[in-house]
Design a protein around this ligand. Structure first.
Ligand code: AMP
Ligand code: ZN
Length: 436
């Protein structure tokens, strides 16, 4: 039994997939023009845990999971122009780097990774349908979604109209019938990337791409749609309106999940525009392991804010060191029911992690850690290359313990090192150690 907090319902609901043999999930993916910061990684790590949980409950092949690449966007166009290259050079580069970052964080590949630029035909078809049904209109080479044509617009965030118009900071262009109307298609100047369409050469707006890719890969109504809190408005409201109006009222998603913000040093949110950003790549370069970063991201409940700090990283590393020692070389068995139960309660990762630390059975420990995407290494791999100074220090501590006849402590240190794959040999001239 899985319960998930649904933003639309504003409460936890029992998760009941429409078809348990094909559960459909979509997470809005990155705009590929720069490196992902650790805040950007939060949704992908969190919803990777959800994907693992769904596969555990419903079967390995039960989940159809799509995460897109937004590879046409004004920021991409600006970056490409500044570099003097084609936009595809920029998007190819950052797609690959994003996938490297995800792999480092043990985020499993999704079933589909659709690119916006490969779904222009689907977007044009959907926009045409919206025009035919009176939900969109063409003006001066633009096609706009007419918000007042959808009486249910805004149900997800339940903001009032004024707040939505102000919050969207959409251009209040003279050609708009209503200030809240948003762009489905816009014209491209001859030197800018564009595609031919019934409304002239142009490119899609951001929101329509997700609606079109969801329809193509997952269907009209999907089980789960997820992303960061900042996507609720306008992005998800607009996706909902487009899809519902194009599909004769069929809802876009049955459950809506949103993760809270990651902040840096107490600020509101890590974001490029605030300049308080640390990228996944920088953290890895500093020598932090991907699993350490992953555990840090999972240390708070996904709906809560998470303050990123060096202390959090250090704690996460210490926790993993402990878990790697405890699990030793054990193979994965069956996961602990307590850990599964915590995850099934709206992904309660803090509770799952505390239960993980209390598991005695090493096979259950490893399997439970796998549910969270942790302990994918062997202890010798995990501790490999770790300062030999650390090992020498512990050998010295063991010698000291022996001297004060604290043999329990001496044995504990020997066992701890053994669990890391380090064998000790006591010789008349001192203790030698070696890795296997
Ligand atoms: P973007 O590439 O900016 O669209 O962001 C990719 C994903 O990361 C979206 O789901 C955002 O909602 C999410 N996101 C962006 N900044 C943060 C943050 N500081 N904390 C948590 N999630 C974030
Ligand atoms: Zn989206």
């Amino acid at each position: 039994m899985i319960r998930l907090h649904d933003t639309m319902a504003r409460e936890k609901r029992l998760f009941e997939p429409a078809d348990p043999e094909r559960i459909t999930m979509y997470v809005c993916g990155p705009t590929v023009y720069n490196r992902a910061h650790i805040g950007n990684a939060r949704p992908y790590v969190v919803f990777d845990v959800l994907a693992r949980l769904l596969r555990h409950h419903y079967g390995a092949d039960s989940l159809a999971y799509a995460r897109n690449f937004t590879d046409v966007d004004d920021k991409i166009i600006d970056t490409a122009r500044a570099e003097g290259v084609d936009p595809s050079v920029v998007t190819d580069r950052y797609e690959n780097l994003f996938l490297d970052d995800m792999a480092a964080l043990s985020v499993l590949p999704t079933t589909f990774m659709p690119r916006a630029t490969e779904h222009i035909g689907e977007m044009i078809a959907m926009i045409s349908r919206l025009i035919e049904t009176g939900h969109a209109y063409e003006v001066e080479g633009h096609v706009l979604f007419h918000v007042p044509s959808d009486p249910d617009y805004g149900a997800l965030g339940r903001r009032d109209r004024e707040a939505m118009v102000a919050g969207a900071r959409v251009e209040v262009a003279a050609y708009k019938k209503d200030p809240a109307d948003f762009v489905l298609w816009k014209p491209s100047e001859p030197h800018v990337i564009g595609w031919d369409s019934p409304w002239g050469r142009g490119r899609p707006g951001w929101h329509i791409e997700c609606s079109a890719m969801i329809e193509r890969h997952l269907g009209q109504t999907i089980d789960i749609h997820a992303g960061g809190l900042d996507l609720i408005f306008p992005h998800h409201e607009n996706e909902i309106a487009q899809s519902r109006c194009a599909h004769a009222g069929a809802p876009l998603a049955r459950y809506w999940l949103h993760n809270g913000f990651l902040s840096m040093a107490g600020s509101e949110k890590m974001s490029k525009s605030l300049g308080n950003v640390v990228t996944v790549a920088e953290l890895l370069k500093q020598g932090h392991k991907g699993e350490t970063l992953r555990l840090a991201l999972l240390s708070a409940h996904y709906r809560q804010p998470l303050d990123w700090s060096s202390n959090l990283i250090a704690q996460s590393k210490a926790t993993l060191d402990r878990l790697y020692r405890a699990a030793g070389e054990a193979e994965a068995g069956e996961p602990d029911p307590g850990v599964i139960e915590a995850l099934a309660d709206d992904l309660n990762t803090p509770l799952a992690l505390s239960r993980l630390s209390a598991i005695d059975d090493t096979e259950a420990l490893r399997a439970s850690a796998h549910m969270l995407g942790l302990l994918s290494d062997s202890p010798s791999g995990w501790f490999q290359g770790e300062g030999d100074a650390g090992i020498d220090a512990r050998i010295a501590a063991r010698a000291e313990a022996k001297q004060r006849r604290d043999f329990a402590e001496a044995d504990r240190i020997r066992a701890e090192l053994a669990a890391e794959g380090i064998a000790l040999e006591d010789t008349p001239t001192g203790t030698l150690w070696r890795r296997p």
